[in-house]
Every structure is written in structure tokens, then in C-alpha cells.
Design a protein around this ligand. Structure first.
Ligand SMILES: CCCCCCCCCC(=O)SCCNC(=O)CCNC(=O)[C@H](O)C(C)(C)COP(=O)(O)OP(=O)(O)OC[C@H]1O[C@@H](n2cnc3c(N)ncnc32)[C@H](O)[C@@H]1OP(=O)(O)O
Length: 160
């Protein structure tokens, strides 16, 4: 199944967390599962915080990009539009709140599930949980806001 991120226009496909055109990034892939959205991501050994456990910044990044993707998909769904129809919905993070409930083990796939709980104007609030081995280890709330027309007017920096 196509992921939401596979439909991001090239101009906004360079994000470190979710851009398919960022060779150094996480390139997460998110899909619908009923009313929820799901991303699966397997951390690498170098994503370590304390040996055996995932760096919290990675957890936040996964929740962030999963949630902005969920915001866009929820807006398309509300409008009854396909993910690649124009004009595209593009969301950036206005606010990212993460509660770290337990250490996240690094030795296996992580599952991130989210749900749009509010859609109002240009804003979508997304609640997201991250699980390791079926256990919720982090919970996030993201306020995603449709990207203003003048956002990201500069060309993307070249990747090295
Ligand atoms: C599809 C392609 C996407 C690819 C990229 C994925 C992105 C991945 C995640 C990121 O890393 S994005 C980069 C980090 N984020 C930023 O750099 C955003 C910087 N901030 C801004 O550009 C502006 O502050 C922002 C666009 C978020 C909001 O400014 P606006 O002037 O467009 O919003 P406005 O003030 O009109 O507020 C619209 C609604 O959002 C709400 N809002 C805005 N900022 C908020 C905030 N910080 N916290 C809570 N709510 C916020 C605001 O209250 C309001 O809600 P209500 O309609 O209910 O009143």
C-alpha cells in the first residue's frame, strides 16, 4: 500500500523524519488502519540513548512526523479527496508534546499509531502512541498547522 509520504510533492519531500528524498533521514512510511494511522520503524544500534534503549529525540521525531502525516491524511479524508489530488495539504509542526512513559527497548520494531482528534480551520490535533513489543512507551500530542504559502521559500539545502 502507498504510504502518505509517497504522495508528498517533491518540494516538501526533504524532511529528515519523513522525506523520501532525504537519503540520510528516517524516511518513515505511514498508512491508514481504520480510523488510526500506523508507522513501523526499526531503530538502528546507533539510535541509542542508554545502551539497550532508544534515544528520546528519535522517539519525538517519529511521533512528530507520524503526526504531521496523519494530519494531512485526515484532512484529505475529511474532504473526500485522494492523497495526490491538488492542491496538496502540507502540514508543519506548531507544537510537539511527548510524554516518555517507559524506556523504549532498541531491539526490535517500533509501532506508532495516531488519530486526528480535532480538525479546525488550518489546524489538526493528533494524538499518537509509540509501542515497543506491544507496550506503550511514549505518548505524544501534536498541533499540526497547514504550511503557510511563504514557508520554505528557500530551496532545500544540498545533501552531503
Ligand atoms: C506535506 C509535507 C510536509 C513535510 C514536512 C513535514 C514536517 C515534519 C515536522 C517538522 O519538522 S515541521 C518543522 C518544524 N516546524 C516549524 O518550523 C513551524 C514554525 N512555525 C510556523 O511556521 C508557524 O508558527 C505555524 C505555521 C506553525 C503557525 O503559524 P500560522 O500563522 O500559520 O498559524 P495561526 O497563528 O494562524 O494559527 C492557526 C491555528 O493553529 C494554532 N497554533 C499555531 N501555532 C500553535 C502552537 N505552537 N501551539 C498550539 N497551537 C498552535 C493556532 O492557535 C490556531 O488555532 P485556532 O484556529 O484553533 O485558533
Amino acid at each position: 500500500m502507498d504510504a502518505f509520504q509517497d504522495h508528498y510533492p517533491d518540494a516538501v519531500a526533504h524532511c529528515f523524519g519523513c522525506g523520501r528524498l532525504n537519503a540520510h533521514g528516517h524516511q518513515i512510511k505511514t498508512v491508514w488502519n481504520g480510523d488510526e494511522t500506523v508507522t513501523r520503524f526499526t531503530p538502528e544500534p546507533y539510535h541509542t540513548a542508554i545502551p539497550g534503549f532508544v534515544y528520546g529525540g528519535l522517539v519525538a521525531s517519529l511521533i512528530d512526523c507520524h503526526s504531521t502525516a496523519t494530519a494531512a491524511a485526515a484532512m484529505y479524508r475529511q474532504d473526500g479527496r485522494g492523497l495526490d489530488t491538488l492542491p496538496p495539504f502540507r502540514f508543519v509542526t506548531g507544537s510537539l508534546h511527548v510524554d516518555y512513559l517507559k524506556p523504549t527497548p532498541i531491539d526490535g520494531a517500533l509501532e506508532i499509531r495516531g488519530r486526528a482528534v480535532e480538525i479546525k480551520g488550518r489546524k489538526v490535533v493528533v494524538e499518537t502512541e509509540l509501542r515497543a513489543g506491544g507496550v506503550v512507551t511514549a505518548r505524544g500530542t501534536v498541533v499540526a498547522v497547514q504550511m503557510p504559502a511563504d514557508f520554505g521559500a528557500a530551496p532545500p539545502a544540498p545533501h552531503r
